[in-house]
Write a protein that binds this ligand. Structure first.
Ligand code: ATP
Ligand code: MG
Length: 425
C-alpha cells in the first residue's frame, strides 16, 4: 500500500467538533466589530517579501527566522503573510483609502510563521486583526481596548483575561532608551544568551521580549522605558489610563512589554491568560504612527491589534464549552420501501425547505430498518421524524412522529409544513 499523505507539521485540520467553536467565535467577533462601525478588508495571503522586511523590521524573530518565503516562476521574492498589518497598510495606501479620510477596518484569516509547533502555537494560525487609520488617540486606543473587552465578555472568557499596558514613546525616545539598554546589556554581557548578545547592537529592545526565563530574570533589572518617555507620550499614556479607569477596565502597567514587531510606538498592550500555559497572549496591539509613511504613504496615525483565534478557541473549550454551536436538526426524514421512495423523499424534503427556509432537515440515506433510522434521528437531535414508505408515497402522505412525546399522525404532504411549524414553535 502507498504511504498515506499527512498534513504539514504545525498546520492543523479543524474538524467539525472544533468548527463548532469557530463559527460562533467568528460570528461574535465580527458582529461586535460591525456594531462599532468597523468594516472588513480581505487581503491576499501572499505578498512581496520586501513588504514584511520593511514593515516588521529586519532584526525581529518573525523576519529572521519565521517567514515562509519562496520565489515564484518569474523569480519574484514572495512570502506567506506572517501577520496582517503590513498588507493592510499596503492595500490602504495602494487604493487611496487614507487620503483625507479615516478608516476603521478588520480582517480575519490564516497567517504563517515557521515556529516550533506546540499547544497554542502553530505554523498556520488564524488571526482577527483590527486597524484604525487617521486618529492620534488616545481615545481610539481606548476604543480598541474597550472593543476587545466587549468581545471577551460576549465569549464568556473575560474572567480569565487580564490587560497589560505600556508606552514605548516616540521613535526618538525609543532610540534614547535603546542606548541606555545597550549600556545595561554590555554590563551583563557575560550572562547574555546568544540571541540577546546578537541583538544588543542590532535591536536591543528585542532583548526585553526574550522567552528565555534566565534572560527574563535579568531583564527585570533593566532600565525601564517609562523613564525615557517624551512629554507627548507621557500625556498620551496618562490620558489613555484615565479613559480606561473611567470605563472600569482593569490593567497592569508592564514596563517590559515591547511587542515582537518593530513598527510600534507609544501605546502597546496585550491581553493575557494563565489558562493556556506559556502561550498565554491572546491579543496584542498598539500604535504604529510611522508605518504608513515608512511604506510610502502620507504620514497617518494608526493603531491596531490582532487576536489569535486558536488560542481563543482553546480558551473557550476550556472555560466555556457550552459556547459550541451544534448543528440544528429539527426533523429527520425516514425513508422505507422501494427505490422510487428515495426520490420522492428528495422531492418532499426540497418542498419543505422551500416552505420553511430555516428548517433543519436531514434525509436518511443508505436504507436501514425503521428502528435503525429512528436511532439516527435521535443521534442528530431531531425532534420530529417524518416517515415515508411505499404506502405514504403512493398516496402523497407522510407520517409525522413527535419524538419527544411519541405521538404520530398521518398527514397529506401538503399539510406537513404547517404541522411542523406548529410543533416546532
Ligand atoms: P508570541 O509572543 O506568543 O509569539 P507574538 O507577539 O509573536 O506572540 P503577534 O505577532 O502579536 O504575536 O500576534 C498576535 C496574536 O496572534 C498573538 O497574541 C497570538 O494570540 C497569535 N499568535 C501569534 N503567533 C501564533 C502562532 N504561531 N500560533 C498561534 N497563534 C499565534
Ligand atoms: Mg511570536
Amino acid at each position: 500500500m502507498e504511504r498515506k499523505i499527512q498534513s504539514i507539521r504545525g498546520m492543523k485540520d479543524y474538524l467539525p467538533a472544533e468548527t463548532a467553536f469557530w463559527q460562533p467565535l467568528e460570528g461574535t467577533l465580527t458582529g461586535i466589530l460591525s456594531n462599532y462601525g468597523y468594516r472588513e478588508i480581505r487581503l491576499p495571503i501572499v505578498e512581496q517579501t520586501q513588504l514584511f522586511e520593511r514593515a516588521i523590521g529586519d532584526v525581529t524573530d518573525v523576519v529572521e527566522k519565521e517567514m515562509y518565503s519562496f520565489s515564484n516562476r518569474s523569480g519574484e521574492r514572495l512570502t506567506l503573510r506572517p501577520e496582517g498589518t503590513a498588507g493592510c497598510v499596503r492595500a490602504s495606501i495602494q487604493h487611496g483609502l487614507l487620503y483625507k479620510q479615516e478608516q476603521r477596518l478588520w480582517y480575519l484569516g490564516p497567517m504563517f510563521r515557521y515556529e516550533r509547533p506546540q499547544k497554542g502555537r502553530y505554523r498556520q494560525f488564524y488571526q482577527m486583526g483590527v486597524e484604525v487609520f487617521g486618529h492620534q488617540g488616545p481615545d481610539v486606543d481606548a476604543e480598541l481596548i474597550l472593543l476587545t473587552a466587549r468581545c471577551w465578555r460576549a465569549l464568556g472568557v473575560s474572567k480569565h483575561l487580564s490587560l497589560e499596558l505600556n508606552s514605548i514613546g516616540s521613535l526618538e525616545a525609543k532610540a534614547r532608551y535603546g542606548e541606555a539598554l545597550v549600556a545595561f546589556l554590555s554590563q551583563h554581557a557575560d550572562r547574555l544568551d546568544e540571541d540577546c548578545r546578537n541583538r544588543m547592537h542590532t535591536n536591543p529592545m528585542r532583548a526585553l521580549d526574550t522567552k528565555n526565563p534566565e534572560m527574563q530574570d535579568l531583564m527585570r533589572t533593566a532600565p525601564i522605558m517609562i523613564d525615557y518617555l517624551d512629554d507627548d507620550a507621557r500625556v498620551h499614556f496618562s490620558s489613555l489610563c484615565k479613559l480606561l479607569d473611567l470605563a472600569g477596565i482593569l490593567y497592569t502597567i508592564n514596563p517590559r512589554l515591547v511587542r515582537g514587531l518593530d513598527y510600534y510606538n507609544q501605546t502597546v498592550f496585550e491581553w493575557v491568560t494563565t489558562r493556556l500555559g506559556s502561550q498565554g497572549t491572546i491579543c496584542g496591539g498598539g500604535r504604529y504612527d510611522g508605518l504608513v509613511e515608512q511604506l510610502g504613504g502620507r504620514p497617518t496615525p494608526a493603531v491596531g491589534c490582532a487576536m489569535g483565534l486558536e488560542r481563543l478557541a482553546l480558551l473557550l473549550q476550556e472555560v466555556n464549552p457550552g459556547f459550541a454551536s451544534t448543528p440544528h436538526i429539527d426533523a429527520y426524514l425516514v425513508v422505507g420501501g422501494g427505490a422510487g421512495v428515495q426520490s420522492e423523499a428528495l422531492r418532499l424534503a426540497e418542498q419543505l425547505r422551500d416552505a420553511l427556509p430555516s428548517l433543519g432537515l436531514m434525509i436518511n440515506y443508505g436504507g436501514g430498518g425503521f428502528k435503525k433510522q429512528l436511532r439516527r434521528a435521535d443521534k442528530h437531535g431531531a425532534l420530529i421524524a417524518l416517515l415515508l414508505g411505499d404506502g405514504e408515497a403512493a398516496e402523497a402522505k407522510v407520517v409525522v412522529k413527535n419524538l419527544a412525546t411519541g405521538s404520530q399522525e398521518t398527514l397529506p404532504q401538503s399539510d406537513v409544513a404547517a404541522r411542523l411549524t406548529a410543533i416546532l414553535r
